[in-house]
Design a protein around this ligand. Structure first.
Ligand code: SAH
Length: 396
Protein backbone atom coordinates (compact mmCIF):
# COMPACT_ATOMS: atom_id res chain seq x y z
CA UNK A 1 0.00 0.00 0.00
CA UNK A 2 1.43 3.41 -0.90
CA UNK A 3 1.28 6.67 1.04
CA UNK A 4 -1.92 7.87 -0.67
CA UNK A 5 -3.92 4.79 0.33
CA UNK A 6 -2.43 3.97 3.76
CA UNK A 7 -4.33 6.82 5.44
CA UNK A 8 -7.72 5.74 4.09
CA UNK A 9 -10.39 4.09 6.25
CA UNK A 10 -10.15 0.31 5.84
CA UNK A 11 -12.91 -2.16 5.00
CA UNK A 12 -11.95 -5.70 6.00
CA UNK A 13 -13.85 -8.51 4.32
CA UNK A 14 -15.08 -11.68 6.02
CA UNK A 15 -12.95 -14.81 5.49
CA UNK A 16 -13.16 -16.17 1.92
CA UNK A 17 -15.13 -13.16 0.65
CA UNK A 18 -12.03 -11.83 -1.14
CA UNK A 19 -12.13 -14.41 -3.93
CA UNK A 20 -14.36 -12.49 -6.33
CA UNK A 21 -12.33 -9.31 -5.94
CA UNK A 22 -9.03 -11.14 -6.40
CA UNK A 23 -10.39 -12.35 -9.72
CA UNK A 24 -11.09 -8.80 -10.81
CA UNK A 25 -14.68 -8.17 -9.77
CA UNK A 26 -15.24 -4.59 -8.62
CA UNK A 27 -18.06 -4.70 -6.07
CA UNK A 28 -18.15 -5.54 -2.37
CA UNK A 29 -21.62 -6.40 -1.12
CA UNK A 30 -22.64 -5.17 2.35
CA UNK A 31 -22.97 -8.71 3.77
CA UNK A 32 -19.33 -9.50 2.88
CA UNK A 33 -17.86 -6.88 5.22
CA UNK A 34 -16.39 -7.94 8.61
CA UNK A 35 -15.38 -4.49 9.91
CA UNK A 36 -14.81 -0.85 9.07
CA UNK A 37 -11.77 0.89 10.62
CA UNK A 38 -11.66 4.67 10.59
CA UNK A 39 -14.23 7.30 9.75
CA UNK A 40 -16.05 6.16 6.58
CA UNK A 41 -19.22 8.14 5.81
CA UNK A 42 -21.20 7.53 2.60
CA UNK A 43 -19.08 8.52 -0.38
CA UNK A 44 -15.73 8.07 1.39
CA UNK A 45 -12.80 6.60 -0.47
CA UNK A 46 -11.81 3.40 1.37
CA UNK A 47 -9.14 0.77 1.17
CA UNK A 48 -10.41 -2.83 0.96
CA UNK A 49 -8.49 -5.75 2.45
CA UNK A 50 -9.03 -9.49 2.73
CA UNK A 51 -9.62 -11.07 6.17
CA UNK A 52 -5.91 -11.90 6.40
CA UNK A 53 -4.95 -8.31 5.58
CA UNK A 54 -4.00 -8.56 1.88
CA UNK A 55 -4.90 -5.32 0.05
CA UNK A 56 -7.58 -5.70 -2.65
CA UNK A 57 -7.93 -2.14 -3.95
CA UNK A 58 -9.53 1.19 -3.17
CA UNK A 59 -13.07 2.22 -3.86
CA UNK A 60 -16.02 4.39 -2.93
CA UNK A 61 -18.13 3.38 0.06
CA UNK A 62 -21.86 3.57 0.60
CA UNK A 63 -23.07 1.94 3.83
CA UNK A 64 -26.69 2.46 2.70
CA UNK A 65 -26.41 0.44 -0.51
CA UNK A 66 -26.30 -3.30 -1.13
CA UNK A 67 -23.22 -2.56 -3.24
CA UNK A 68 -21.20 -1.23 -0.29
CA UNK A 69 -17.90 -0.63 -2.12
CA UNK A 70 -17.26 0.01 -5.78
CA UNK A 71 -13.58 -0.34 -6.66
CA UNK A 72 -12.28 2.59 -8.70
CA UNK A 73 -9.98 2.33 -11.71
CA UNK A 74 -6.52 3.72 -12.44
CA UNK A 75 -4.24 4.34 -9.47
CA UNK A 76 -7.46 4.70 -7.48
CA UNK A 77 -6.48 7.42 -5.04
CA UNK A 78 -6.95 10.24 -4.40
CA UNK A 79 -10.17 10.78 -6.39
CA UNK A 80 -9.22 14.31 -7.37
CA UNK A 81 -9.37 16.34 -10.58
CA UNK A 82 -6.30 14.56 -11.97
CA UNK A 83 -7.87 11.16 -11.39
CA UNK A 84 -10.96 12.16 -13.37
CA UNK A 85 -8.78 13.67 -16.11
CA UNK A 86 -6.74 10.50 -16.40
CA UNK A 87 -9.77 8.18 -16.55
CA UNK A 88 -11.44 10.42 -19.14
CA UNK A 89 -8.18 10.66 -21.11
CA UNK A 90 -7.91 6.88 -21.38
CA UNK A 91 -11.57 6.56 -22.38
CA UNK A 92 -11.17 9.30 -25.00
CA UNK A 93 -8.11 7.62 -26.55
CA UNK A 94 -10.14 4.43 -27.05
CA UNK A 95 -13.12 6.27 -28.58
CA UNK A 96 -10.95 8.30 -30.93
CA UNK A 97 -9.49 5.02 -32.24
CA UNK A 98 -12.95 3.45 -32.58
CA UNK A 99 -14.52 6.49 -34.25
CA UNK A 100 -11.80 8.59 -35.91
CA UNK A 101 -13.02 12.18 -36.09
CA UNK A 102 -16.32 11.17 -34.46
CA UNK A 103 -17.94 13.35 -31.81
CA UNK A 104 -20.78 11.08 -30.76
CA UNK A 105 -20.17 8.01 -28.62
CA UNK A 106 -20.45 6.63 -25.10
CA UNK A 107 -17.40 8.11 -23.40
CA UNK A 108 -17.66 6.37 -20.02
CA UNK A 109 -19.37 3.00 -19.55
CA UNK A 110 -19.20 2.89 -15.76
CA UNK A 111 -17.10 0.06 -14.25
CA UNK A 112 -15.73 -1.00 -17.67
CA UNK A 113 -14.05 2.40 -17.97
CA UNK A 114 -12.92 2.48 -14.33
CA UNK A 115 -15.44 5.08 -13.19
CA UNK A 116 -18.02 3.09 -11.21
CA UNK A 117 -21.67 3.98 -11.55
CA UNK A 118 -21.07 6.74 -14.10
CA UNK A 119 -22.29 6.75 -17.69
CA UNK A 120 -21.35 9.61 -20.01
CA UNK A 121 -22.70 9.85 -23.55
CA UNK A 122 -21.18 12.43 -25.82
CA UNK A 123 -23.54 13.99 -28.36
CA UNK A 124 -21.20 16.28 -30.23
CA UNK A 125 -20.95 19.43 -28.05
CA UNK A 126 -22.97 18.09 -25.13
CA UNK A 127 -22.10 15.47 -22.53
CA UNK A 128 -25.05 13.64 -20.99
CA UNK A 129 -24.23 12.14 -17.60
CA UNK A 130 -26.02 9.51 -15.52
CA UNK A 131 -24.70 8.74 -12.07
CA UNK A 132 -25.72 5.77 -9.93
CA UNK A 133 -23.09 5.81 -7.16
CA UNK A 134 -23.14 8.05 -4.13
CA UNK A 135 -19.37 8.57 -4.07
CA UNK A 136 -19.39 9.77 -7.68
CA UNK A 137 -22.40 12.03 -7.13
CA UNK A 138 -20.44 13.74 -4.34
CA UNK A 139 -17.51 14.35 -6.69
CA UNK A 140 -19.61 15.32 -9.70
CA UNK A 141 -18.16 18.85 -9.90
CA UNK A 142 -14.72 17.35 -10.62
CA UNK A 143 -16.18 15.11 -13.32
CA UNK A 144 -18.13 17.92 -15.01
CA UNK A 145 -15.13 20.28 -14.96
CA UNK A 146 -12.95 17.59 -16.54
CA UNK A 147 -15.58 16.94 -19.24
CA UNK A 148 -15.77 20.65 -20.06
CA UNK A 149 -12.00 20.63 -20.70
CA UNK A 150 -12.47 18.28 -23.70
CA UNK A 151 -12.04 19.96 -27.06
CA UNK A 152 -15.39 20.97 -28.60
CA UNK A 153 -17.51 20.34 -25.48
CA UNK A 154 -19.88 23.18 -24.56
CA UNK A 155 -22.17 21.72 -21.98
CA UNK A 156 -22.89 18.97 -19.44
CA UNK A 157 -26.41 17.68 -18.82
CA UNK A 158 -27.41 15.57 -15.82
CA UNK A 159 -29.84 12.85 -16.81
CA UNK A 160 -30.39 11.45 -13.36
CA UNK A 161 -33.95 10.18 -13.64
CA UNK A 162 -33.28 6.44 -13.69
CA UNK A 163 -34.49 3.95 -11.07
CA UNK A 164 -31.03 2.78 -9.89
CA UNK A 165 -30.55 6.13 -8.13
CA UNK A 166 -33.00 5.31 -5.36
CA UNK A 167 -30.96 2.19 -4.44
CA UNK A 168 -28.07 4.54 -3.56
CA UNK A 169 -30.29 7.08 -1.80
CA UNK A 170 -29.91 9.65 -4.59
CA UNK A 171 -32.69 11.98 -5.79
CA UNK A 172 -34.09 12.18 -9.32
CA UNK A 173 -32.93 15.19 -11.33
CA UNK A 174 -32.61 16.32 -14.96
CA UNK A 175 -30.98 19.61 -15.94
CA UNK A 176 -28.04 21.50 -17.35
CA UNK A 177 -25.05 21.30 -15.00
CA UNK A 178 -22.46 23.20 -17.05
CA UNK A 179 -22.52 25.51 -20.08
CA UNK A 180 -25.26 25.17 -22.69
CA UNK A 181 -27.29 22.19 -23.90
CA UNK A 182 -28.58 23.25 -27.31
CA UNK A 183 -30.17 20.65 -29.60
CA UNK A 184 -27.47 18.91 -31.64
CA UNK A 185 -27.26 17.21 -35.00
CA UNK A 186 -25.26 14.06 -34.42
CA UNK A 187 -23.98 11.53 -36.90
CA UNK A 188 -23.28 7.82 -36.59
CA UNK A 189 -20.75 7.73 -39.41
CA UNK A 190 -23.45 7.21 -42.06
CA UNK A 191 -26.63 9.09 -41.10
CA UNK A 192 -27.52 12.19 -39.12
CA UNK A 193 -30.06 12.58 -36.33
CA UNK A 194 -31.64 15.42 -34.38
CA UNK A 195 -30.77 15.12 -30.72
CA UNK A 196 -32.16 17.16 -27.85
CA UNK A 197 -29.91 16.51 -24.85
CA UNK A 198 -32.73 17.40 -22.48
CA UNK A 199 -35.50 15.47 -24.27
CA UNK A 200 -35.88 12.03 -25.83
CA UNK A 201 -35.67 8.71 -24.06
CA UNK A 202 -32.83 7.32 -21.96
CA UNK A 203 -29.86 9.53 -22.84
CA UNK A 204 -31.63 10.59 -26.01
CA UNK A 205 -30.24 8.16 -28.55
CA UNK A 206 -29.52 4.45 -28.44
CA UNK A 207 -25.80 4.48 -29.08
CA UNK A 208 -25.50 0.82 -28.09
CA UNK A 209 -27.18 -0.36 -31.34
CA UNK A 210 -25.00 1.73 -33.62
CA UNK A 211 -22.73 -1.08 -34.86
CA UNK A 212 -25.73 -3.42 -35.18
CA UNK A 213 -27.57 -0.98 -37.45
CA UNK A 214 -24.49 -0.84 -39.68
CA UNK A 215 -24.09 -4.65 -39.57
CA UNK A 216 -27.69 -5.08 -40.69
CA UNK A 217 -27.41 -2.73 -43.68
CA UNK A 218 -26.61 -5.37 -46.33
CA UNK A 219 -29.46 -7.53 -45.03
CA UNK A 220 -31.93 -4.62 -45.01
CA UNK A 221 -30.91 -3.46 -48.48
CA UNK A 222 -33.80 -4.94 -50.43
CA UNK A 223 -37.53 -5.61 -50.21
CA UNK A 224 -39.80 -4.87 -47.25
CA UNK A 225 -38.35 -4.09 -43.84
CA UNK A 226 -40.28 -4.00 -40.57
CA UNK A 227 -38.65 -2.08 -37.68
CA UNK A 228 -40.39 -2.94 -34.40
CA UNK A 229 -39.78 -0.58 -31.43
CA UNK A 230 -38.26 1.87 -33.86
CA UNK A 231 -37.80 4.79 -31.45
CA UNK A 232 -36.30 7.69 -33.44
CA UNK A 233 -35.63 5.47 -36.42
CA UNK A 234 -32.10 4.10 -36.15
CA UNK A 235 -32.75 0.82 -37.98
CA UNK A 236 -35.57 2.10 -40.21
CA UNK A 237 -33.48 4.97 -41.59
CA UNK A 238 -30.50 2.71 -42.25
CA UNK A 239 -32.79 0.25 -44.06
CA UNK A 240 -34.11 2.95 -46.36
CA UNK A 241 -30.66 4.42 -46.94
CA UNK A 242 -29.23 0.97 -47.68
CA UNK A 243 -31.84 0.32 -50.37
CA UNK A 244 -35.00 -1.24 -48.89
CA UNK A 245 -38.02 -0.70 -51.14
CA UNK A 246 -40.50 -0.25 -48.28
CA UNK A 247 -39.99 0.38 -44.56
CA UNK A 248 -42.61 0.15 -41.80
CA UNK A 249 -41.63 1.47 -38.37
CA UNK A 250 -43.72 0.71 -35.27
CA UNK A 251 -43.42 2.45 -31.90
CA UNK A 252 -45.99 3.27 -29.23
CA UNK A 253 -44.52 6.74 -28.72
CA UNK A 254 -45.98 9.57 -30.78
CA UNK A 255 -42.89 11.67 -29.97
CA UNK A 256 -40.65 8.96 -31.45
CA UNK A 257 -42.79 8.97 -34.61
CA UNK A 258 -42.27 12.72 -35.03
CA UNK A 259 -38.52 12.23 -34.52
CA UNK A 260 -38.34 9.57 -37.26
CA UNK A 261 -39.98 11.97 -39.69
CA UNK A 262 -37.56 14.77 -38.81
CA UNK A 263 -34.57 12.43 -39.14
CA UNK A 264 -35.85 11.09 -42.45
CA UNK A 265 -36.05 14.64 -43.83
CA UNK A 266 -32.65 15.53 -42.41
CA UNK A 267 -31.12 12.67 -44.40
CA UNK A 268 -33.14 13.38 -47.54
CA UNK A 269 -34.71 9.91 -47.54
CA UNK A 270 -37.99 8.77 -49.07
CA UNK A 271 -41.14 7.88 -47.14
CA UNK A 272 -41.34 5.59 -44.12
CA UNK A 273 -44.67 4.13 -43.01
CA UNK A 274 -44.52 5.17 -39.34
CA UNK A 275 -47.16 3.55 -37.15
CA UNK A 276 -47.83 4.71 -33.60
CA UNK A 277 -49.08 1.42 -32.19
CA UNK A 278 -48.49 -1.38 -29.73
CA UNK A 279 -46.06 -3.83 -31.34
CA UNK A 280 -47.92 -6.91 -30.13
CA UNK A 281 -51.25 -5.84 -31.62
CA UNK A 282 -49.53 -4.69 -34.82
CA UNK A 283 -47.85 -8.11 -35.12
CA UNK A 284 -51.24 -9.73 -34.75
CA UNK A 285 -52.80 -7.53 -37.46
CA UNK A 286 -49.92 -8.03 -39.89
CA UNK A 287 -50.20 -11.77 -39.47
CA UNK A 288 -53.96 -11.75 -40.02
CA UNK A 289 -53.43 -9.81 -43.23
CA UNK A 290 -50.81 -12.36 -44.32
CA UNK A 291 -48.10 -9.74 -44.78
CA UNK A 292 -44.50 -10.87 -45.25
CA UNK A 293 -41.19 -9.05 -44.82
CA UNK A 294 -37.69 -9.59 -46.10
CA UNK A 295 -36.26 -8.27 -42.87
CA UNK A 296 -37.69 -7.77 -39.37
CA UNK A 297 -35.95 -5.89 -36.56
CA UNK A 298 -37.21 -6.48 -33.00
CA UNK A 299 -35.35 -4.31 -30.49
CA UNK A 300 -37.70 -3.93 -27.52
CA UNK A 301 -37.26 -2.08 -24.22
CA UNK A 302 -36.07 -4.32 -21.34
CA UNK A 303 -38.88 -6.75 -20.46
CA UNK A 304 -37.11 -7.99 -17.28
CA UNK A 305 -36.52 -5.11 -14.89
CA UNK A 306 -35.49 -7.45 -12.06
CA UNK A 307 -34.40 -11.05 -11.55
CA UNK A 308 -37.90 -11.90 -10.37
CA UNK A 309 -39.34 -10.91 -13.75
CA UNK A 310 -37.11 -13.11 -15.90
CA UNK A 311 -39.63 -15.95 -16.29
CA UNK A 312 -42.43 -13.58 -17.33
CA UNK A 313 -40.07 -11.62 -19.58
CA UNK A 314 -38.95 -14.79 -21.29
CA UNK A 315 -42.50 -15.54 -22.35
CA UNK A 316 -42.87 -12.02 -23.70
CA UNK A 317 -39.63 -12.30 -25.69
CA UNK A 318 -40.76 -15.63 -27.14
CA UNK A 319 -44.11 -14.09 -28.11
CA UNK A 320 -42.35 -11.14 -29.77
CA UNK A 321 -39.62 -13.10 -31.52
CA UNK A 322 -41.85 -15.92 -32.72
CA UNK A 323 -44.37 -13.35 -33.96
CA UNK A 324 -41.54 -11.59 -35.83
CA UNK A 325 -40.22 -14.82 -37.35
CA UNK A 326 -43.69 -15.77 -38.59
CA UNK A 327 -43.75 -12.61 -40.71
CA UNK A 328 -40.49 -13.41 -42.48
CA UNK A 329 -40.57 -14.24 -46.16
CA UNK A 330 -38.60 -17.36 -47.17
CA UNK A 331 -34.89 -16.59 -46.77
CA UNK A 332 -35.73 -13.42 -44.89
CA UNK A 333 -33.51 -12.09 -42.11
CA UNK A 334 -34.30 -10.96 -38.57
CA UNK A 335 -32.34 -9.04 -35.97
CA UNK A 336 -33.66 -9.95 -32.52
CA UNK A 337 -32.34 -8.27 -29.38
CA UNK A 338 -32.70 -7.98 -25.64
CA UNK A 339 -31.26 -5.25 -23.42
CA UNK A 340 -32.50 -6.71 -20.11
CA UNK A 341 -29.60 -6.88 -17.65
CA UNK A 342 -31.10 -10.03 -16.17
CA UNK A 343 -31.35 -11.97 -19.43
CA UNK A 344 -28.05 -13.79 -19.86
CA UNK A 345 -26.60 -14.88 -23.18
CA UNK A 346 -27.61 -18.49 -22.47
CA UNK A 347 -31.18 -17.46 -21.68
CA UNK A 348 -31.27 -15.33 -24.81
CA UNK A 349 -30.18 -18.27 -26.96
CA UNK A 350 -32.83 -20.48 -25.34
CA UNK A 351 -35.40 -17.80 -26.16
CA UNK A 352 -34.24 -17.80 -29.79
CA UNK A 353 -34.51 -21.61 -30.01
CA UNK A 354 -37.96 -21.59 -28.47
CA UNK A 355 -39.11 -18.77 -30.75
CA UNK A 356 -37.99 -20.69 -33.84
CA UNK A 357 -39.82 -23.78 -32.61
CA UNK A 358 -42.99 -21.80 -31.79
CA UNK A 359 -43.06 -20.05 -35.13
CA UNK A 360 -42.55 -23.35 -36.97
CA UNK A 361 -39.64 -21.77 -38.85
CA UNK A 362 -36.18 -23.09 -39.43
CA UNK A 363 -33.33 -20.66 -39.22
CA UNK A 364 -29.61 -20.23 -38.84
CA UNK A 365 -27.78 -17.72 -36.69
CA UNK A 366 -25.50 -15.63 -38.88
CA UNK A 367 -24.04 -13.64 -36.06
CA UNK A 368 -24.39 -13.04 -32.34
CA UNK A 369 -23.99 -9.40 -31.46
CA UNK A 370 -23.69 -7.18 -28.43
CA UNK A 371 -23.52 -3.47 -27.77
CA UNK A 372 -21.16 -1.26 -29.77
CA UNK A 373 -17.54 -1.29 -28.54
CA UNK A 374 -17.86 2.09 -26.84
CA UNK A 375 -19.93 0.08 -24.31
CA UNK A 376 -17.08 -2.25 -23.28
CA UNK A 377 -17.80 -5.35 -21.20
CA UNK A 378 -15.79 -5.90 -18.04
CA UNK A 379 -14.79 -9.58 -18.33
CA UNK A 380 -15.49 -10.34 -14.68
CA UNK A 381 -18.68 -8.28 -14.46
CA UNK A 382 -21.30 -9.69 -16.82
CA UNK A 383 -23.56 -6.88 -15.54
CA UNK A 384 -21.72 -4.53 -17.93
CA UNK A 385 -22.72 -6.61 -21.01
CA UNK A 386 -26.50 -6.26 -21.02
CA UNK A 387 -27.29 -6.32 -24.74
CA UNK A 388 -27.61 -9.59 -26.65
CA UNK A 389 -28.61 -9.74 -30.28
CA UNK A 390 -28.79 -12.35 -33.01
CA UNK A 391 -28.97 -12.03 -36.76
CA UNK A 392 -31.09 -14.92 -38.00
CA UNK A 393 -31.70 -16.18 -41.49
CA UNK A 394 -34.95 -18.03 -42.07
CA UNK A 395 -35.07 -21.15 -44.22
CA UNK A 396 -36.82 -21.26 -47.58
N1 SAH B 1 -34.66 0.22 -31.90
C1 SAH B 1 -34.50 1.54 -31.32
C2 SAH B 1 -34.50 1.54 -29.82
C3 SAH B 1 -35.72 0.94 -29.18
S1 SAH B 1 -36.01 1.52 -27.58
C4 SAH B 1 -33.23 2.18 -31.88
O1 SAH B 1 -32.48 1.53 -32.62
O2 SAH B 1 -32.98 3.33 -31.55
C5 SAH B 1 -37.58 0.87 -27.22
C6 SAH B 1 -38.75 1.60 -27.88
O3 SAH B 1 -39.88 0.79 -27.68
C7 SAH B 1 -39.11 2.95 -27.32
O4 SAH B 1 -39.05 3.90 -28.35
C8 SAH B 1 -40.55 2.81 -26.80
O5 SAH B 1 -41.36 3.93 -27.09
C9 SAH B 1 -41.03 1.62 -27.57
N2 SAH B 1 -42.06 0.77 -26.95
C10 SAH B 1 -42.09 0.27 -25.69
N3 SAH B 1 -43.13 -0.58 -25.55
C11 SAH B 1 -43.75 -0.65 -26.76
C12 SAH B 1 -44.87 -1.39 -27.27
N4 SAH B 1 -45.55 -2.26 -26.49
N5 SAH B 1 -45.22 -1.21 -28.55
C13 SAH B 1 -44.55 -0.35 -29.34
N6 SAH B 1 -43.47 0.35 -28.91
C14 SAH B 1 -43.08 0.21 -27.65
Amino acid sequence: MDASTSSLPTITLKPREDRRLRHGHLWVFSNEIAKVDGDAPAGALVSVTAAHGAPLGVGIYNPHSLIAVRITGGVGAPLDADWFRSMIGRALRLRSQLFPGGRTYRLLHSESDGVPGVIVDRFDEVMVVQTAAYGMEERRALLYDALMEIDGVRGVVERNDHSLRSLEGLPSHVGVARGTADPQIIDDGVLRYHLDPLGGQKTGFYLDQRANRIAMRPLMARGRVLDLFSNNGGFALHALHAGASEVIAVDSSAVAAVEIERNRELNGLGPIDVRVADVFSELHDLRLRGEKFDCVIADPPPFARSKKNVAAARKKYVELFSGSLRLLAPEGTAFLATCSHHVTRDTFLEIIRESLFRSGRSGIILEERGASPDHPIHPVMPETGYLHGAILRAGS
